[in-house]
Design a protein around this ligand. Structure first.
Ligand SMILES: Cc1ncc(COP(=O)(O)O)c(C=O)c1O
Length: 416
């Protein structure tokens, strides 16, 4: 057995991992064309113009139909998806335990009460078993986040939603291009939110997001909310005057949209490469007693925003941090802990949302728990028994082979 790099032995990989190369000449050409047209006509490009309409059409085509509204971040995509549902203030919304702050803060800012479900300990996601006990007569919606690009087991969640008359918002910020039971994630719930910030599968420049739904009514309601209540989709003669609902300005813009259309053309290759690398590592390590790609819902295909790795600490002589330090020393970029648990944060625990009011929990009209509800014991265990290996579409067979070789080497060296 060769000596671990951390102990002075040779590294599995000396080359840095390849850079993503997410933006290229096609994105640049799309942006330049927009500037050329603006300069030639003397009219600045704006938002909701031809390039944004085209981008939304391209996105809908990718999803196989439905309706899309491009917005300016993934956080605001979730905010507008909630806005589309027209939930009464103080509605309870069941939220994921492990997510970006932008995957839960919009719930509070929409005047609703986030109730945090625990994780299925085999993953970073909450599934029906964790969600069901939290449903009350006040529950109106569930946010199902597909963290790491790994699908939530949605069929039982949709069954729960149907039984209790709830909306399901899919948070696909990390899961563009992933599938569940042959269906694209984002097409299964009532409405979905995507992020297109620069670190995601595809981008619209620095920031961006997309609200997607197959329900035309929700689409128009989302659009209204995303653009200060403008009467999009309101039929003539309906009797409304001017703006029809209070909303904010979450619009994307034509420049970002032009970049987005160019990125959508790359997306199939981006996802295919990630899937190839992720599945290769998963399959190669399937029989390893100590380290493997984390459990995935049967009949699903992750789009691998990162590789969620499971470590079996009972099979090792060392703790996870020591294992990860050795793996990193072999030349594998990783994050030791994905402790993205919003319910642990000050803003959530101390109800710092609307000044000192404690709203929504402390509102006298709210009949639920005055202390924020968050079941996170299994989420913490999930974080403690997993770590993340970075992957990207620029990785190929050699990178997959190095990840596997390094994992096997470290696991063998530290085996009990
Ligand atoms: C699951 C999840 N939801 C929401 C967001 C927020 O997206 P954005 O950063 O585009 O606002 C993120 C961002 O990483 C995320 O991972």
């Amino acid at each position: 057995m060769s000596t671990l790099a951390i102990d002075g032995g040779p590294k599995v990989r000396y080359q840095p991992m390849p850079a993503r190369g997410l933006l290229g000449e096609t994105e640049k050409a799309a942006a330049v064309a927009l500037f050329d047209a603006a300069i030639a006509s003397g009219n600045a490009f704006g938002y909701n113009g031809p390039s944004e309409q085209q981008y939304e059409k391209d996105f809908v085509e990718l999803m196989g139909g439905g309706f899309a509204d491009a917005v300016n971040s993934g956080t605001n995509a979730l905010f507008c998806a909630l806005g589309a549902l027209r939930l009464d203030a103080l509605s309870e919304v069941i939220c994921p335990p492990i997510t970006d702050p932008g995957g839960i803060m919009p719930v509070v800012l929409a005047g609703c009460v986030p109730v945090v479900a625990d994780a299925d300990v085999r993953s970073y996601n909450a599934c029906a078993e964790q969600i069901e006990p939290l449903i009350t007569e006040r529950t109106r919606a569930i946010v199902a986040a597909h963290i790491a690009g790994d699908a939530v087991d949605l069929a039982p969640v949709m069954a729960l939603a149907e039984k209790h008359n709830l909306y399901v918002i899919e948070d696909c910020a990390q899961a563009l291009g992933a599938f569940y039971q042959g269906q694209r994630l984002g097409t299964i719930g009532h409405i979905a939110a995507f992020s297109t910030m620069f670190g995601k599968h595809m981008c619209t420049g620095g920031q961006g997001g997309m609200v997607y739904t197959r329900d035309e009514k929700l689409h128009w309601q989302g659009r209204q909310f995303a653009d200060r209540g403008k009467p999009f989709g309101v039929p003539a003669g309906s009797g409304t005057v001017g703006n029809v609902v209070a909303g904010i300005n979450c619009n994307l813009n034509d420049l970002s949209a032009a970049i987005g259309s160019a990125q959508l053309r790359r997306l199939p290759a981006i996802v295919a490469n990630r899937v190839k690398v992720g599945n290769a590592v998963r399959d190669a390590l399937a029989g390893n007693p100590a380290i493997r790609v984390g459990w995935q819902v049967p009949d699903s295909q992750s789009s691998y925003w990162f590789l969620r790795m499971h470590v079996d600490l009972d099979a090792l002589r060392v703790d996870k941090a020591t294992f990860c330090a050795a793996l990193a020393a072999e030349g594998i970029p990783l994050a030791v802990s994905y402790r993205a648990i919003p319910a642990e944060c000050t803003w959530f625990r101390e109800k710092r949302c609307f000044g000192n009011s404690g709203f929504p929990w402390d509102c006298t009209d709210y009949r639920g728990s005055k202390e924020p509800v968050a079941r996170i014991e299994q989420a913490i265990r999930a974080v403690d028994t997993h770590f993340n290996i970075s992957i990207s579409e620029s990785y190929g067979d050699p990178e997959a082979a190095d990840i596997v070789a390094a994992c096997e080497k470290v696991a063998a060296a530290y085996a009990k």
